[in-house]
Design a protein around this ligand. Structure first.
Ligand code: MHF
Ligand code: KIV
Ligand code: MG
Length: 272
């Protein structure tokens, strides 16, 4: 065991389930690189998601579909090097798990082996049950993701709220119970009515982490660059901005340009 330094206790899949049981809410944010992950981990965020939203946020794609398994592993390995406490979950990207359970397992193993991550997340309900089983059988913890599943955007055409109809709501509840039974350690619910999210959270003993799923769940997740106000053209109702970094960063960079042009920078103490 190590000496002085570590006062924190590492977050594990087990501690998340214990947090639900004791009523302590779970905080989760995305990160895709070392420097940001270091700040997120140091701030005491419980879970770091290396989301396939990196496809949008890091690479500038319109959707999450183009990001590759190799690219996710690159992001995840950068994040892992920064972490002392948080549990790290990595999204299986589109195309890396849908064709068959063996492929799903191979992809999950690559993430675990090549990045050092602690768990994986994949989107969907009964369609991905066999894949989840395979991955779990290899000892890899799996987080589910129901409701708005961005990898299926072209099936729906919009990012509107999901499961508003009784039939879809029933299917979602069934899928959540199935994910629990299959052995997932937690489930993300994205953009569904708060009352339905509550019903799901009350019906399963594993933690339900919401994004646009209201307050009656066991934790919340946001995309880091959204909550910092860096992605200034994205304003869904569920997003709370804690900073307006887009403006602050623009001002700082404009000042830098001006200082360079005016020869204000570098000054005497900033040279050798
Ligand atoms: N930056 C970012 N933040 C996210 O939360 C996020 C991503 N990217 N990429 C992957 C998915 C896609 N997500 C989304 C995408 C759209 C809405 C949404 O509510 N769209 C509204 C319009 C929002 C607006 O005003 O711009 C819609 O009705 O389509 C929600 C979650 C969540 N994820
Ligand atoms: C929005 C969260 C849940 C996600 O899946 C991502 O960032 O990719
Ligand atoms: Mg995702």
């Amino acid at each position: 065991m190590s000496t002085a330094k570590k006062e924190y206790k590492r977050v594990t899949v087990k501690s998340l389930v214990d947090m639900k049981a004791s009523g302590e809410k779970i905080s989760m944010l995305t990160a895709y690189d070392y420097t940001m992950a270091k700040i997120v981990d140091g701030a005491g965020v419980d879970v770091i998601l290396v989301g396939d939203s990196a496809s949008n946020v890091m690479a500038g794609h319109e959707t999450t579909l183009p990001i590759t398994l190799d690219q996710m592993i690159y992001h995840a390995s950068s994040v892992i090097r920064a972490i002392d406490r948080a549990l790290v979950v990595v999204d299986l990207p589109f195309g890396s798990y849908q064709s068959d359970p063996k492929e799903a397992l191979r992809s999950a193993i690559r993430i675990m082996k090549e990045s050092g991550a602690h768990s994986v997340k994949l989107e969907g309900g009964k369609e991905v049950k066999e894949s989840i089983k395979r991955i779990l059988n290899a000892g890899i913890p799996v987080m589910g993701h129901l409701g708005l599943t961005p990898q299926s955007i072209y099936k729906f055409g919009t990012y509107t709220v999901r499961a508003k109809e009784e039939e879809e709501a029933e299917q979602l509840l069934k899928d959540a119970k199935m994910l629990e039974r299959t052995g997932c350690f937690a489930i993300v619910l994205e953009k569904i009515p708060a009352a339905l999210a509550k019903q799901v959270a009350d019906s399963v003993s594993i933690p339900i982490i919401g994004i646009g799923a209201g307050p009656y769940v066991d934790g919340q997740v946001l995309v880091l660059h959204d909550m910092l106000g860096m992605t200034h053209e994205f304003h869904p109702r569920f997003l709370r901005r804690y900073l307006n970094l887009y403006e602050d960063m623009t001002k700082a960079m404009e000042q830098y340009v001006s200082d360079v042009k005016s020869l204000d920078f570098p000054n005497e103490s900033e040279q050798y």
